[in-house]
Ligand binder design. Structure first.
Ligand SMILES: [Zn+2]
Length: 739
């Protein structure tokens, strides 16, 4: 797509708008009880040009002005908020609803539920309203979108297709819709789709004309999934892009750059497509992605889709890895990504693709955004573009949730402060998703940190600290305890386990054997936020596993120590940030390693006492291994586990043997972080046998847990090996005695 010159991005506009306070008597603003002060945008003539507000002369002006400015009226706060609603948009309905499937989620009552909520709150001058708020919403009439306006976004074929539907018979409408991706069709679909897109345009025009300060368009069918040549996801015409293009065309100087903020729980694939190479439309979407499994499935909504050509960096996907996102996740994403970028972009107009399907109670979105959460997002967006914000309805399928959410947004647009947030602590998954986007978008936005260090690391042939630390550990274990690499056949296990399995030389003898599977030790330190450098003198390696190994060794036990890397790879080493995304792959590979060690070493040992100690995520692999290898039960004396608040707690429930969980309860002792969700879940009833014998730790941090419970664990091992005569440990190396 070619971008006309006048739409290309630039730092300084050559014209400047000023606000002029006038009395607006325009009958356009229906429902207005008395004329109120309005703002009008007036372009200065060439001779009157003043500098852009960020130029040095403006700063000089501020510094040198001593006279007190004259008292001004409050043009924004005394203006009205616009409302687009037209009952005719309810006529797009299923011609033959599927029996037993209930009402379609894109229910015609959706827009009425919102409208009714606004009426009941006294915000709309409707005949049924009993008492009105002092300043009501200004009704903005909708209209039919034109072919020319639609074809700025869609193909002519698409327009012809939608318009032709009024001539189809019911049979064809039913069959036609069911062959498409999540679409139903009716004779009234063309009318409703045209009113919906026309409503979005008029909401934006009302703001840009100065008739209203901002607006909410309660419209349907929604639009953000509709692609250039294809309706999908309940959407026929893509309302918001159509409105944006129409306004950029009509208000060339005052509506050059537009931010489209899409908080619908689904990715707006159609909006992304419409502006993918456009530098003047910044599209930011927050949506559940679930690795491409959530509708509309596929990779297009991932964080790597950032735009192309002149539009590179102007497409920002904030894809949630999981559902269940809360106010705190959305607010954090706004604070760390949306607002810094939006302020840098400095739009002339903000249009919100406002689906309310991330709202608490929505059965499709399964997230927990409260009305106050939506209000806070609206409030932040109102600080942009001189407050010119148009909110256009997209999805949202719980009638109650969308009504209260839209009311909260409308009240905020009118000037009421947002309500109090339901949650202020983001979920771990939300924080991870946000960090991932930051790393990607920091390439395009100077205001964002951290910058990706991979290029610098590559140039200097950097090595991963993980490998250096393991080498150090191996050196310590060899020098002090004589532990060395155990041979692992790579045909059976991941190459990443090279150098990760160490054992004392007596591992096959008739002495107690302690097998430890643990996550890598923790590095504790805070990187410089700008350079991303971790200063070594302020960075600490905390490894509490060592004290367990030391104790077992001193007592004459044989020890096999397995370090499970968080990032497994069979590929060549890269220098990029390695995500610990595929937790399942890690668990499966570690389980394979456990089986390999059991078959080749542990089972062959003459030991009568075999202990397995699983620390962190590695514990899950041990449980999975034991579930699938029955014969281990006879040889195993005890399983000890440590679960921090970041790890899931695996269960030992067998589908074939009812008595297994009883065995596991007796054979296990699992220390679980005090903040782990299992305690919240079982507040009133203790957790069942299938989890093993659980003990609540006083700590959350793994290293603290390991240190605190060391005596308890070694006490258990001592009691269980009381028939074993401890021998003096063999003296190894010159540094014996160091700890
Ligand atoms: Zn949606």
């Amino acid at each position: 797509m070619d971008i006309p010159d006048h739409l290309m991005d630039g730092d300084v506009m050559d014209t400047t708008e000023v606000h002029e306070t006038t009395i607006n008597m325009d009958p356009f603003v229906l429902g207005m009880r008395s004329p109120v002060a309005q703002t009008k945008h007036q372009k200065l003539s060439n001779g009157d040009r003043v500098a852009h507000s960020r130029s040095p002369s403006f700063r000089q002006e501020i510094m040198t002005t001593t006279a007190k400015p004259a008292l001004e009226q409050l043009p924004y706060s005394t203006s009205q908020t616009g409302l687009v609603y037209d009952v005719r948009m309810r006529f797009h309905v299923e011609v033959r609803p599927e029996v037993n499937q209930g009402v379609h989620p894109e229910d015609p009552r959706r827009i009425y539920a919102i409208y009714k909520e606004l009426v009941d709150a006294g915000l709309v001058d409707d005949p049924s309203t009993v008492s009105l708020a002092p300043s009501v919403l200004a009704r903005i009439p909708t209209r039919f979108v034109t072919k020319q306006e639609v074809c700025a976004v869609h193909s002519e074929r698409h327009w012809e297709f939608v318009i032709s539907l009024e001539l189809w018979d019911n049979e064809d409408l039913h069959n036609g819709g069911s062959q498409m991706d999540s679409i139903y069709l009716s004779k009234n679909s063309p009318m409703c789709a045209r009113l919906s897109a026309g409503g979005a345009i008029e909401a934006c025009r009302g703001i840009l004309n100065g008739h209203v300060k901002n607006a909410i368009a309660v419209i349907r069918p929604p639009g953000h999934h509709a692609e250039h040549d294809e309706p999908m996801g309940f959407c026929l015409f893509n309302n918001v892009p159509i409105a944006v293009k129409a306004c950029q065309n009509e208000f060339k100087d005052t509506c050059r750059k537009v931010l489209i903020l899409d908080w619908d729980v689904h990715h707006g694939n159609g909006v992304q497509q419409a502006f993918y190479n456009d530098p003047n439309v910044l599209y930011i979407s927050l949506h559940v992605h679930q690795g491409g499994k959530f509708y509309p499935a596929g990779p297009k909504g991932d964080h790597l889709h950032c735009g192309e050509g002149p539009g590179l960096g102007k497409n920002i996907n904030i894809p949630w890895r999981t559902a269940g996102m809360t106010d705190a996740d959305y607010v954090l994403a706004f604070q760390k990504i949306v607002m810094p970028i939006a302020q840098d972009f400095d739009p002339d107009l903000v249009v919100v693709s406002a689906g309310f399907d991330a709202a608490e109670g929505d059965m499709l979105g399964k997230c927990h955004v409260s009305p106050a959460g939506y209000a806070h997002m609206t409030h932040m967006l109102m600080s942009l573009a001189d407050g010119k914000v148009a909110v256009c309805l997209e999805g949202g399928y719980n009638l109650r949730s969308i009504a209260v959410s839209a009311l909260a947004v409308t009240r905020t647009l009118m000037g009421e402060p947002p309500g109090r947030l339901a949650t202020t602590i983001p979920t771990p998954s939300g924080v991870d998703s946000i960090e991932e986007v930051l790393r990607q978008q920091a390439k395009y936005w100077p205001c964002l940190y951290p910058k990706d260090p991979s290029k610098r690391i590559k140039q200097t042939e950097g090595e991963r600290i993980h490998d250096i630390v393991r080498e150090y550990q191996a050196g310590w274990l060899w020098e002090n305890l004589g532990m060395s690499d155990l041979f692992i056949a790579h045909s059976k296990t991941s190459r990443s386990f090279t150098n990760q399995v160490l054992a004392t030389s007596n591992h096959s003898e008739s002495r107690p054997l302690l097998v430890i599977f643990h996550d890598p030790p923790d590095l504790v330190g805070t990187p410089d936020p700008r350079t991303q450098r971790l200063e070594l003198h302020n960075t600490w390696l905390t490894d509490s596993v060592k004290q367990y190994i030391r104790w077992a060794y001193d007592r004459g036990f044989a020890v096999i120590d397995v370090n499970v890397p968080k990032h497994l790879t069979d590929l060549e080493e890269t220098h990029e940030h390695a995500e610990e995304i595929d937790g399942k792959k890690n668990i499966d590979e570690t389980q394979l390693l456990a089986k390999y060690l059991w078959d080749n070493y542990i089972e062959l040992s003459e030991s009568k006492h075999i202990f397995m100690l699983g620390i962190g995520k590695a514990y899950t692999s041990i449980v999975n291994f034991l579930k699938e290898n029955d014969r281990c039960r006879e040889r195993l004396t005890k399983v000890i586990g440590f679960i921090s608040d970041e790890c899931t707690l695996p269960s030992y429930k067998s589908t074939t043997d009812d008595f297994l969980d009883r065995w596991y309860r007796d054979a296990s002792k699992i220390f679980v972080a005090t903040g782990h969700y299992v305690w919240e879940k079982h507040k009133f009833k203790p957790p069942g046998k299938k989890w093993g014998t659980l003990q609540r730790s006083d700590y959350n941090d793994m290293q603290e847990m390991l240190s605190h419970h060391c005596k308890e664990v070694t006490g258990i091992l001592t009691v269980l090996t009381d028939d074993w005569e401890p021998e003096a440990a063999p003296v190894v190396g010159a540094s014996e005695g160091e700890t």
